[in-house]
Write a protein that binds this ligand. Structure first.
Ligand SMILES: [Ca+2]
Ligand SMILES: [Ca+2]
Ligand SMILES: [Ca+2]
Length: 247
């Protein structure tokens, strides 16, 4: 139990009231309610209710302390849920989804539960697809030289803002530049800036591994909708009407 020394300065008369440890006032506090064994900002009692480890400051080992996560609204028990520099609409899942698929060779089909992948965003931070478990995700893969991909990018921010409270998270994945070559970090940052993306991760998909898993007609842009349980709702079939996924 931590002891507090509190000083109360009373103006005008120069009196100083001092509470030393062990005084009657201190003794009224129940030690089991106030003790924070791992010093993560949550009392042992709070941790017991949340299911976090009172002896481990970062229960899910994602680099964010349990108390910080609770304060910032992310799940301290699910490693993929943590705040991002980009301020993304991170979802809430209790457990890691059980991936099922790709069911068609190396290609996902509707109804498959996708595997996690980790790619770097425009801020240089690694972003996990599973961070958005609990949200509706719209993945847009494309080459920066494609006019159709550019048109979609110009619409994406408005759509994201309009449906942010509906739990939408749009994710842009750059699979190549004007000539099909790889995307440099600078181009990635410029793309995000050109379309004034805020809270939309622009991911570097240079090796095209994930794109191939989601690609059906061999044309970009490739749009994939994934529901809150990480299940593919539509694949390479354009933008779903929000009415369809808001149910
Ligand atoms: Ca604690
Ligand atoms: Ca803890
Ligand atoms: Ca954590």
């Amino acid at each position: 139990m931590r002891h507090h020394l509190s000083l109360l300065l009373v103006t005008g008369c120069g009196e100083i009231a001092v509470d030393w440890p062990g005084t009657a006032r201190e003794d009224t506090v129940q030690p089991e309610q106030s003790s924070d064994s791992d010093d993560d900002g949550l009392s042992d009692a709070e941790e017991s209710e949340l299911g976090t480890d009172p002896q481990d400051a970062d229960t899910d080992n994602d680099g964010w302390e349990d108390g910080e996560e609770v304060k910032l609204g992310t799940n301290p028990n699910y490693a993929y849920s943590h705040p991002y520099y980009g301020g993304y609409n991170v979802g809430w899942c209790q457990d890691k989804p059980s991936a099922a698929g790709p069911s068609s060779g190396n290609r996902y089909e509707r109804g498959d539960v996708v595997e996690n992948f980790t790619l770097t965003d425009q801020h240089g931070e690694p972003v996990d697809l599973y961070s958005f478990c609990g949200q509706h995700m719209m993945l847009i893969f494309g080459e920066t030289g494609s006019s159709a991909f550019r048109e979609l990018a110009a619409e994406a921010q408005k759509l994201q803002e309009y449906h942010v409270d509906d739990g939408l998270q749009i994710i842009e994945l750059l699979i190549g530049d004007e000539t099909g070559g790889s995307i440099s970090g600078l181009e990635q940052v410029e793309w995000a800036s050109q379309y004034t993306f805020s809270a939309i991760p622009v991911l570097d998909e240079d090796n095209r591994t994930n794109w191939r898993n989601f690609e059906h007609d061999n044309h970009t842009p490739t749009i994939v909708h994934i529901d809150a349980n990480m299940e593919v709702l539509s694949i390479d079939d354009g933008i779903m009407s929000p009415a369809e996924w808001l149910e």
